[in-house]
Design a protein around this ligand. Structure first.
Ligand code: ACM
Length: 531
């Protein structure tokens, strides 16, 4: 026998209310609305551009070039978009979406909310609405519904490592589009590492002339015995020009995605040292690294290096208008600083206890610099070691303890624990049918069950948890198709963790909606991992 809740769930999925992430409040209404070529999109002045975006979203599959106007004659079929200051209680990203047989009404206090209403509206249509060419004989009907919606967390992110494998600009745009579809609002771009420097810095052209290219890449996982390493013999590289970055930032901005650039320091810096050997601790000239792992070649802590990093950050700030600038800080072995007369002299001059405090000093110099320019430093949780830079935002990746400590110290926190958010980990216990991955096991249900606020925090401390993000480290992700395979559908689950009120989450209900959502992703040519 089919129970009533099950029946309702099936009907909800079948009637087109397969919205991911699930809205906070959704009430089905009687009837439906059918979009036709004579439907008019009406907007006020501030939502005019959003009306144009909606028309652009709907055009390819429907073939309708919908008019976008300030008003429509009475009796016309209308999709109305209005910014409405009386709805401020919904927050900067909230919205109301009402679908009735004659009319669709979107109201939001701010443009971001209206944009998210549009993303919800797209998901009310049959999945074919996402086609890039006209769907013959289609009828574009959506169920009547009232939705009032706003996100649980402010930081809803996806991360992409473009250093280990360079990802083309067009793929970064596709990822921005997919983030926006899932109401994610941060794209953390890991732009520099040992294996490649991916952003043009005009003051230091060798960073890309030399640092953007490696001679070859290790095959498989590095054996502890490096004499066993085998390489592919294929040069790999690429970088974004400053014009490319400007294009990506603008593309993301109109989709309400803030790109958070990461320039790694003092570790994961071999590509920079390969470009400018004076940044290192030894006189040797190094190649851009061709293997994976944690590298002892970190930058030296001298004043010239600090100036170099700040000069790089100056160009980065000019390109990325968002508040957050990530300076890495993870996995910086201190072997070379321990052996370096310059580093040891710095420790003595500054009256520091050890090399960890020297890294903390280094981070603080970046923090002061970014803060003086009105920005906020973000770093991996190692920035807590040896004293926390005063204004820093901490990304908790080695579990949740760094997040707890940082929140207790009054710092904002983004949760990124390997246990629940590392999308480079395997998604199946049986790895024989999976492409080679770094390791780990992070199935879809574990992502869905993730609770970003650590139970140990008081409500006051918990306010510092901005949200969370999914990590795509690309040592074993050679190209966009693999990146899609690793990111989806896990990013769909994380989007619901970050958007939907805790009490509205249900894994069986998510799976029922996901069945429809995967059809959408297929239409969008996303190489998701089949369930
Ligand atoms: C990290 O995974 N090293 C942040």
């Amino acid at each position: 026998m089919i129970t009533l809740p099950t029946l309702l769930l099936v009907l909800a999925a079948d009637s087109g209310l397969a919205v991911i992430p699930r809205p906070a409040h959704l009430t089905p209404r009687p009837g439906s609305f059918t979009l036709t070529g004579s439907t008019i999109i009406t907007t006020d002045a501030r939502s005019r551009a959003l009306g144009g975006m909606l028309a652009d979203y709907l055009f390819p599959a429907t073939g309708f070039r919908l008019a976008v106007r300030p008003s429509a004659p009475s009796g016309a079929r209308v999709v109305a978009i209005r910014l409405d200051a009386t709805l401020t209680a919904l927050g900067a990203e909230g919205y109301r979406l009402d679908v009735t047989p004659g009319r669709v009404t979107i109201r939001a206090p701010q443009p971001a909310g209206a944009f998210y209403a549009i993303q919800t509206l797209r998901q009310l249509f049959p999945p074919a609405i996402f086609r890039a060419a006209r769907v013959p004989a289609a009828v574009w009907t959506i169920p009547a519904v009232s939705i009032e919606d706003s996100p649980r967390f402010r930081w809803r992110g996806v991360h992409l490592d473009v250093a280990r494998h360079f990802m083309p600009k067009e793929f970064v745009k596709k990822l921005v589009d997919l983030a926006a579809l899932h109401k994610l609002n941060r794209l953390h771009l890991h732009l520099t590492d040992d294996q490649g420097w991916r952003i043009e810095i005009r003051q230091y052209p060798r960073l890309t002339a030399v640092g953007a290219w490696r001679r070859q890449t290790i095959i498989g996982r590095p054996d502890p015995d490096s004499t066993k390493w085998r390489f592919d013999g294929q040069p790999h590289g690429g970088f974004y020009t400053q014009d490319d970055i400007t294009e990506l930032v603008a593309y993301a901005q109109v989709r309400f995605v803030t790109i958070v650039p990461e320039i790694e320091m003092p570790g994961h810096s071999q590509a920079a040292i390969a470009s400018y050997p004076e940044l290192g601790n030894k006189p040797d000239t190094l190649p851009v690294w061709t293997a994976w792992g944690v590298d002892e070649n970190i930058v030296n802590p001298g004043d010239a290096t600090i100036r170099f990093e700040q000069n790089v950050l100056t160009e980065v700030m000019a390109l990325f208008p968002g508040r957050w600038i990530h300076v890495g800080g993870d996995e910086a072995p201190k072997t070379q600083w321990k052996a370096s007369p310059l580093a040891q002299a710095r420790i003595r001059e500054l009256g520091l206890k050890d090399e960890d405090e020297l890294q903390s000093h280094f981070t603080r110099r970046m923090d002061e610099f970014l803060t003086a320019h009105g920005r906020s430093l973000v770093g991996w949780d190692e920035i807590l070691e040896g004293g926390l830079a005063p204004n820093a935002v901490v990304m908790s990746w080695r579990g949740i303890d760094g997040g707890i400590a940082a929140a207790r110290a009054g710092h904002d926190v983004v949760m990124a624990p390997g246990s629940h958010t590392y999308f480079d980990h395997y998604q199946s216990a049986d790895t024989t049918a999976e492409p080679l991955a770094i390791g780990g096991f992070l199935p879809l249900d574990t992502v869905y069950a993730y609770e970003p606020v650590p139970a140990a925090l008081t409500p006051d401390e918990a306010r510092h948890v901005l949200g969370a993000q999914g990590q795509l480290w690309t040592e074993y992700i050679p190209d966009p198709k693999r990146a899609e395979y690793m990111a989806f559908p896990r990013a769909c689950a994380l989007a619901e963790v970050l958007w939907t009120p805790q009490e509205e989450k249900s894994y069986p209900d998510f799976l029922a909606r996901l069945a429809t959502h995967l059809v959408r992703l297929g239409v969008l040519d996303v190489n998701y991992r089949p369930l």
